[in-house]
Write a protein that binds this ligand. Structure first.
Ligand code: NDP
Length: 463
């Protein structure tokens, strides 16, 4: 090891890479980390963090409207997009500096450069035009929005990256896709006053989630005024003489908007890094780096974590994989990341918080399923008069009584999903939920007060 410049060299300064660099450096390892853009990666710079800030921004009109029922008179509010963008920039710059400082404070060395692997132990740092050597190399270069070259006029479209920093807030936007990003941005833009249309090729938005939540969220978003076109897809986008865009949809409908945003998935960043040259194995479909259960590539001293491996594209998963990598590579404690029962949230409005199996998935795997379901108006919407339902649902295995899935749609569902992640991960049963005292008055008390199944599904038949 002493023959190399570094014990560990990390390529990519996002959530996963920074965590691995910081923890390995704190163990006394000689660590270098290269980032070509900004430390913090997608999550901090152009993902989760700015997204959540924009979600907050977009919720104020509803807060102002709801305040009236509680006796407040709220003068007419106005919104300034440039102020939001500037304040967001200030906050992410602060976080970016913390990410960098955390690595350096632990004894790691940071580089602002693109890095290429030229040999299994040699990395070329492009901006500095020099090479360094490392015993272990970790690739954590993340991903980027999937492009859509097959769509005529795709050059007129934007992705989530650009959506955060538009010079002007559009008057009308079309968003293509039905996943996390499309749904979250549809709610953000609508909340900020933009005429918003979501175009999704499938039957219902947010595939992979529980159908009950998907349908109820769809209805609620439409009630707010977001247009959702399912079984639809754009065929071309063209620029009009007035600078606006015409999105031609399948079936002939044309949407005239100021921006078309594509949110059709994300792909791994594996190009132009020398990976083919040294023989790193990647998947044919997405170019994701193939790894074993311990995040090791086919080359013994090269590892990969996070979105570049396309296992589960979530920040906390990348961080978990980083911690497991350090255990395996530097603490002689082989630890495989556990990708089972991951709690997750969609910051739609209302939010989705979910962990475990959806009803449909559970029915495929278990012969006797109990569904506990409560749909109600949350207390805060009684005086506000807002016509919005909250949905809480537990999916239970009738044989073992184990809670297989917990699904929530409503205010603070993301916070609840985090807490529900613990009992579901621990494999607790419905009886454990039943003997837990409720916290009153809360919405989440429904989780422990639904004593009788709403219905059962036996051998695929609802009874
Ligand atoms: P998703 O995989 O969630 O959704 C992609 C959507 O695009 C799907 O609805 C898919 O349809 C559709 N689609 C794919 N290809 C096409 C095409 N050629 N034409 C039209 N539609 C298409 O990806 P996102 O981009 O929304 O997000 C990427 C990942 O980032 C997520 O999977 C998630 O892991 C992560 N993320 C997490 C967030 C969170 O935790 N809150 C927030 C944002 C992102 P179909 O369903 O038919 O395949």
């Amino acid at each position: 090891m002493a023959g190399y410049d570094y014990d560990l060299f990390v390529i990519g300064g996002g959530s996963g890479g920074v965590r691995a660099a910081r923890v390995a450096a704190a163990l006394g390892k000689r660590v270098g980390i290269a980032e070509e853009y900004r430390f913090g990666g997608t999550c901090v710079i152009r993902g989760c963090v700015p997204k959540k800030l924009y979600v907050y921004a977009s919720q104020f009109p509803e807060h102002f409207a709801d305040a009236v029922g509680y006796g407040w008179t709220v003068p007419e509010a106005s919104f300034d997009w440039q102020t939001l963008v500037a304040n967001k920039d200030r906050e992410i710059s602060r976080l970016e500096a913390i990410y960098k400082k955390n690595v350096e404070g632990s004894g790691g060395e940071t580089f602002h450069t693109r890095a290429m692997i030229v040999d299994p132990h040699v990395i070329h740092l492009l901006s500095e035009d020099r090479t360094v050597t490392a015993d272990q190399i970790l690739i954590a270069t993340g991903g980027r929005p999937a492009a859509h070259p097959a769509l005529p006029g795709h050059e007129h479209c934007i992705f989530s990256n650009e959506a955060f920093d538009l010079k002007e807030l559009p008057k009308a936007i079309m968003i293509e896709g039905g996943g996390y990003i499309a749904v979250e941005f549809a709610n953000i833009f609508h909340g900020l006053g933009v005429d918003t249309t979501l175009v999704y090729r499938g039957q219902e938005i947010l595939g992979r989630f529980d159908m009950d939540l998907r349908r109820t969220l769809h209805e609620t978003m439409e009630k707010k005024g977001i247009k959702i076109l399912c079984h639809s897809v754009s065929e071309s986008v063209s620029k009009r003489p007035d600078g606006r865009l015409d999105a031609q949809l399948i079936g002939g409908q044309v949407l005239t908007v100021d921006q078309v945003m594509l949110a059709i998935g994300r792909i791994p960043n594996t190009e132009n890094m020398g990976l083919e040259g040294i023989g790193i194995e990647m998947t044919a479909a997405t170019g994701a780096i193939k790894v074993d259960p311990y995040s090791r590539t086919n080359i013994d001293n090269i590892w990969a974590i996070g979105d570049v491996t396309n296992r589960v594209q979530l920040t906390p998963v990348a961080i978990h994989e980083a911690m497991c990598f350090v255990e395996t590579a530097f603490k002689d404690n082989p630890t495989a990341p556990d990708h089972d029962t991951i709690a997750t949230a969609v910051f739609s409005q209302p939010e989705i918080g979910t962990v475990g199996l959806s009803e449909d998935e559970a029915v495929k795997r278990f012969a006797d399923i109990e569904i506990y379901r409560a749909s109600f108006r949350p207390m805060r919407h009684t005086l506000s008069g807002r016509d919005e339902k909250m949905l809480i649902k537990l999916v239970v295995d009738g044989a073992s009584r184990r809670v297989l899935g917990a699904h929530i749609l409503g205010p603070d569902a993301g916070e609840m999903a985090q807490l529900l992640g613990i009992p579901l991960k621990a494999g607790l049963t419905k009886d454990d939920f039943d003997r837990t005292m409720a916290v009153h008055p809360t919405a989440s008390e429904e989780l422990v007060t639904m004593y009788k199944p709403t219905y059962r599904v036996k051998d695929g038949e609802r009874v």
